[in-house]
Design a protein around this ligand. Sequence first.
Ligand SMILES: *[C@@H]1O[C@H](CO)[C@@H](O)[C@H](O)[C@H]1NC(C)=O
Ligand SMILES: *[C@@H]1O[C@H](CO)[C@@H](O)[C@H](O)[C@H]1NC(C)=O
Length: 318
Amino acid sequence: MAAEISKLIGYEAPDRPVSWLKRDLILYALGIGGGDSNDDLSYIYELDPNFAAFPTYPVVLTFKGDSQDVNLFAETIKSSALPGLPPVDLGKSVHGSQSIEILKTLPVASGPGWKWKTKYTGVSENKSGVVITSENLLVDPQGVPYAKLYSSSFNIGMKITGDKFAKVIAGPPQAKPIPKDRKPDWVVRQKTSPDQALLYRLSGDYNPLHIDPQVGRAAGFGGTILHGLATFGFAARALISAVAYDEPDTLKFIGVRFTSPVKPGDVLETHVWEVGPGPTGTGTIEVAFVTKNLTSGKDALGGGIAYVVKAQALLAVM
Ligand SMILES: *[C@@H]1O[C@H](CO)[C@@H](O)[C@H](O)[C@H]1NC(C)=O
Ligand SMILES: *[C@@H]1O[C@H](CO)[C@@H](O)[C@H](O)[C@H]1NC(C)=O
């Protein structure tokens, strides 16, 4: 069994068509809390002179594909299953981690011919389940990559060998530890709205868990929860506003682990530490961060890492 699974690592799923319009970008930006203050309209107003895609937009394409309509969540999951693995139990699969590296600025509407390429790069098993990692590449009609993403799911109770087993051929960079000896360099507080999940789902993730309280209760959350990727978007907004003073094209990479759920309406606080320079040639700094549910104090996002161009010029004149 382990040998069989090993062969599946590196397996490439068939390419899928993806597309977006300006409306999709605006809807996504609202889903991650954009528009909560009127000082930056660039992600939510098509006539703003700096109108642009929010850099983490590609994360929604895995569910959205090229559809303009709602989809059946169960179908989207089925089509992304890894052949050779036991079937994924929807109720027991949670999003474990996500990263995105932004390689080029997205056009505000895709036009036809864009593709979503998926390769499975990791399977690892422990006593409580199996982590499956995939690498996604967003490419334009000429095959030029615009974003590279890693996503992992934790499938509770899934068994391969029943023992410890791991094969991983690629994955995102891991966060440096949070410095224990100093306070964060930046703290950003953001309020999610009671209808945050209702808005976010319109970007393509129609999992009933985020709208049907009965499904949320059955899953043990006491009601609906916010999409992990919505919280991810809030964190990306926090980083761009704090570290880069809302300058566009400054976020080059962000990765997180989803550590506890957020309920629509919760207040988030992102704590950010500068921990060194980013990769050579990117002009970025590396930050480590956590995003907490302010009231409960629990980390909703852990292991946060990002490469951001710091707004030094602006800081210098303050
Ligand atoms: C197995 O891995 C998952 C995901 O990384 C983790 O949350 C869980 O605590 C691990 N369980 C054990 C028993 O190590
Ligand atoms: C976040 O904190 C608030 C206030 O304590 C609490 O009502 C809410 O349930 C917490 N959310 C989660 C997901 O723990």
